[in-house]
Design a protein around this ligand. Structure first.
Ligand code: GDP
Length: 179
């Protein structure tokens, strides 16, 4: 029979240089290029999940220069998003701090404007020798804020990136079913 297309707006957040664009491009093209411009964009990507056509809109945001972390997410972004991916690099502790503050901010804001699912992603897993954030810390943060958690390498594999988007889509679907 005819099925309606399902839309999912996904917002990527996190500090500069953690791999937000790499994740986005991996999901869109299955490839890793290596260098990405500083372009803020919303990309559309259609994918079949469980036989359904899903239309993903992916907002690859830029972390604003010279701002307080709490000002790094706009109300407009939160209103737009059905689900969020917060990215840090496992070899950049300050990027983990940014995610910590952003997730806190989101959970505060969402008390008034509903709850969107969040997945926390520790990227650059291939750089194990430079790790400064343990898996345990990432997992604990996610647990304490009721978020999903993955450690991945956008550089090395497509699989982890795919899992992140599929898991987030599942959570979005669950959240919609509860409404
Ligand atoms: P953004 O500023 O968060 O969008 O980060 P980018 O996607 O532009 O990536 C920043 C830099 O990190 C680029 O040089 C990427 O090639 C590199 N990078 C992204 N993901 C990975 C990864 O999983 N492993 C490694 N080693 N480098 C990565």
């Amino acid at each position: 029979g005819t099925q309606q297309k399902v839309e999912a707006n996904i917002l990527l957040l996190g500090a500069e240089n953690v791999g937000k664009s790499a994740l986005t491009v991996r999901f869109l093209t299955r490839r890793f290029i290596g260098e990405y411009g500083d372009i803020e964009s919303i990309y559309n990507h259609n994918e079949k999940i469980d036989g359904r056509d899903i239309s993903f809109n992916i907002w690859d945001s830029l972390y604003p220069q010279n701002c307080e972390t709490t000002e790094s997410i706009t109300e407009k972004q939160l209103q737009w998003a059905n689900g969020l991916i917060l990215v840090y690099s496992i070899c950049d502790r300050s990027s983990f701090d940014v995610v910590q503050q952003q997730v806190h901010h989101i959970r505060q804001a969402k008390k008034t404007s509903g709850v969107s699912p969040v997945i926390i992603v520790g990227n650059k897993r291939d750089l194990l020798h430079r790790r400064t954030v343990s898996s345990e810390e990432g997992r604990l943060l996610a647990l304490s804020a009721d978020c999903g958690f993955f450690e991945i390498s956008a550089a090395e594999t497509y699989h982890g990136v795919l899992l992140v988007f599929h898991e987030l889509f599942d959570l979005i679907r669950e959240a919609r079913a509860l409404k």
